[in-house]
Design a protein around this ligand. Structure first.
Ligand SMILES: [Zn+2]
Length: 282
C-alpha cells in the first residue's frame, strides 16, 4: 500500500555542505562508504535525536554515538567503524559545520599565564585545506625489511579510548589502596595492560612486512606472524612504527590553531574533536 504523502516532506533537512575525505575513499568497499563519483560526500545537519545520542556517555565511549550521528548526517557512509580515523574526524568537523554554522568558537589556555583565550575557526577552511592520505606508507629497516603501515581505523581508536578510560579509572582505584605493596602490584598490572593494548594497536597498524631470504622475495600479511616478529625484533623498529603512525594520524583536517593571549601574544594549540563539543582544546 502506498504511504500517504506527507506535506512536510519538502521541509525535511537537506545537505548543508559537501566534503571530500583525507582517504578520498580509496580504501573502502561500497558497504563501508558508497563514494559518489565527485568524491564529495553530502553532509546533513544533525537531528534532535542525534543531539540526544551525543549526550549518552556510554554510547560515546563505545563509539556507538559517533557511528549513529555519522550515518544519520552522511548517508553515503554505511559502516563508520571500518572507516579510517582521519576520515571520521573530518566528517565530525563537517557535521559540526552543517549543524551549527561555519564559524566555530575555539579556545585554549595560554601556556604562560593559563588564561583561557578564544578565537573563531572556519569549518569550510578546515575542510578545504585538509591533507590527503597516501595509498601506502612504508619504511625500510636496517636489516633490509620493508614495513608497510596503514592508518588507524575508527574501531582501533575506540579500543584505545576505552583502554585509556579503564586505565584512568583503575589508577583512581589504585590510589585508594592503603597497603603500599598491594598498590605497587596493582599499578604494575595496570601498566602491563596499557602496554599490551599499545602493542596490539601497533600490530594492527602493520599491513605487511616484505623482504628477501636467499634471493627469494616474500611478503607477510598474516597478523600472527607479524605479531611474532614485532615481539622479537629490535625496539628501534617498534619505535619507528609508532613515530610513523603518529604522523599518519595527523593527516586530514589541520588540528593546529593559533590563539592569542592579550598579555603574552600568539600561541599554537592542537584542538581535539570531542564529539560532544566538537572543537575543544586538548
Ligand atoms: Zn598569557
Amino acid at each position: 500500500m502506498a504511504k500517504t504523502h506527507n506535506p512536510l516532506a519538502g521541509f525535511f533537512r537537506t545537505p548543508k555542505l559537501y566534503t571530500k575525505l583525507p582517504s578520498q575513499g580509496k580504501f573502502y568497499t561500497d558497504d563501508v562508504v558508497d563514494m559518489p563519483e565527485s568524491g564529495e560526500l553530502a553532509v546533513f545537519p544533525m537531528t534532535a535525536k542525534d543531539e540526544v545520542v551525543l549526550k549518552n556517555p556510554d554510547a560515546l565511549l563505545n563509539g556507538e554515538a559517533v557511528a549513529h550521528v555519522i550515518m544519520s548526517c552522511v548517508p553515503a557512509v554505511k559502516n563508520p567503524r571500518k572507516m579510517l580515523s582521519n576520515d571520521i574526524e573530518t566528517l565530525l568537523v563537517a557535521i559540526q559545520g552543517a549543524s551549527r554554522g561555519d564559524n566555530v568558537e575555539v579556545s585554549g589556555k595560554c601556556p604562560v599565564c593559563g588564561e583561557i583565550c578564544t578565537s573563531t575557526a572556519s569549518v569550510e577552511t578546515a575542510l578545504e585545506t585538509m591533507s590527503i592520505l597516501e595509498e601506502t606508507y612504508s619504511f625500510h629497516t636496517d636489516s633490509g625489511l620493508e614495513i608497510t603501515l596503514r592508518p588507524f581505523t575508527y574501531e582501533s581508536t575506540i579500543k584505545a579510548g576505552i583502554a585509556n578510560f579503564q586505565s584512568t579509572r583503575s589508577l583512581q582505584s589504585i590510589s585508594a589502596i592503603e597497603d603500599e605493596m598491594e598498590q605497587l602490584k596493582a599499578f604494575n598490572e595496570s601498566f602491563v595492560r596499557i602496554a599490551q593494548m599499545n602493542f596490539d594497536l601497533v600490530v594492527d597498524s602493520v599491513a605487511s612486512v616484505a623482504g628477501k631470504v636467499d634471493g627469494e622475495e616474500f611478503t607477510v600479511y598474516d597478523r600472527n606472524q607479524i605479531k611474532e616478529f614485532l615481539e622479537n625484533c629490535e625496539t628501534s623498529i617498534g619505535r619507528n612504527i609508532e613515530k610513523q603512525i603518529e604522523n599518519i594520524n595527523k593527516i586530514g583536517v589541520n588540528k593546529r590553531i593559533q590563539l592569542e593571549c592579550d598579555k603574552h601574544g600568539p600561541f599554537e594549540q592542537d584542538i581535539g574533536f570531542d564529539p560532544v563539543n566538537f572543537f575543544t582544546a586538548s
